[in-house]
Design a protein around this ligand. Structure first.
Ligand code: HEC
Length: 269
């Protein structure tokens, strides 16, 4: 009998216990730390099947509905915030508009249903297996065509910190000067989503493509109609260019291009 108890205790000790600690903050102020795998009565976990944009197939996860967890942590007011910064263990930060969480369904996933280790066998951008603990933000890419078409946009893994923020706070060097207009603000949001990974403004942003504002803004030396056509369809201006156009599924796409150009103009020196 005693041996049986010892054996059971040993077995229980061997079973890996899942902990998935996520820190929640409002700006720089800490609000709560939640073990998403055991949120102590806050919200229940669900099984969810999504089309996973790195393994490129349907995968089932165990996760907590994001909107319910955000309600439990922040109260309903988070819905009026502008943006949510999602910070990975290594500090890599993705910033999503709050509207994305209001119009699409997401989960903080903390386990896979089909295997014990919480990893992804990535196929893109290269073949590698990466740990995704403590949490992985997954979206309803099976039923929701908009999310599916956006690929890996908004799927941070090793997600450990969530912050309510504003675009201006999250991208200080990229924010347009005050006072702006709603179109410039939309252009700024579009730029952070679709352009900033490759392009910098005054040195802030990606390095894949050329700087767009220093020492002179592209809006100073590109003719407006050619700039519009370039963002719409770069290949129609310069054959063989590696730049992708603004994705085809962006809502009100022609207006979005005008807003991007208004934003670039607002940033010009
Ligand atoms: C995947 C990376 C990538 C993304 C995303 C991207 N670009 Fe580019 N962009 C490039 C590269 C590379 C070039 C240089 C292309 C060439 O010389 O043919 C370029 C060139 C440009 C130029 C011309 C710069 C010059 O002075 O010649 C503009 C303007 C531009 N991009 C704007 C944008 C805007 C606006 C967006 C977002 C809607 C965007 N790009 C998204 C990679 C990217």
């Amino acid at each position: 009998m005693r041996y049986a108890i010892v054996l059971l205790t040993l077995l229980a000790a061997c079973k890996p216990e899942v902990h998935a600690e996520v820190h929640f903050a409002r700006g720089a102020t800490a609000v709560a730390t939640v073990d998403v795998a055991d949120p102590a009565g806050k919200v229940g976990a669900e099984d969810v099947t999504v089309y996973e944009p790195y393994e490129l197939r349907d995968i089932s996860f165990r996760g907590i509905p994001a909107a319910s967890l955000l309600d439990a942590v922040y109260g309903p007011k988070w819905r009026e915030a502008q943006a949510i910064a999602l910070v990975a263990l290594d500090g890599y930060t993705s910033v999503l508009p709050v509207s994305r969480f209001l119009s699409h369904k997401a989960w903080f996933a903390f386990a896979r249903k089909d295997r014990d280790d919480f990893v992804l066998d990535k196929k893109v951008p290269r073949v590698e297996t990466v740990s995704i603990a403590p949490t992985y933000l997954v979206w309803d890419s099976v039923k929701d065509g908009v999310v599916r078409a956006d690929g890996d946009y908004g799927w941070p893994y090793q997600l450990a910190t969530v912050k309510l923020t504003t675009f201006a706070e999250a991208f200080p060097g990229l924010a347009p000067p005050e006072p702006g207009t709603p179109d410039i603000a939309s252009g700024f949001e579009l730029f952070t989503h679709h352009c900033a990974a490759c392009h910098s403004i005054d040195g802030h942003g990606g390095k894949v493509g050329p700087e767009l504002n220093a020492p002179h803004s592209v809006t100073d030396y590109w003719q407006p109609q050619w700039l519009h056509q370039w963002i719409d369809n770069p290949q129609s201006v310069r054959k063989g260019t590696p730049m992708p156009g603004l994705p085809a599924n962006v809502p009100q796409r022609q207006k979005a291009i005008d807003q991007l150009i208004l934003y670039l103009k607002a940033k010009a020196h």
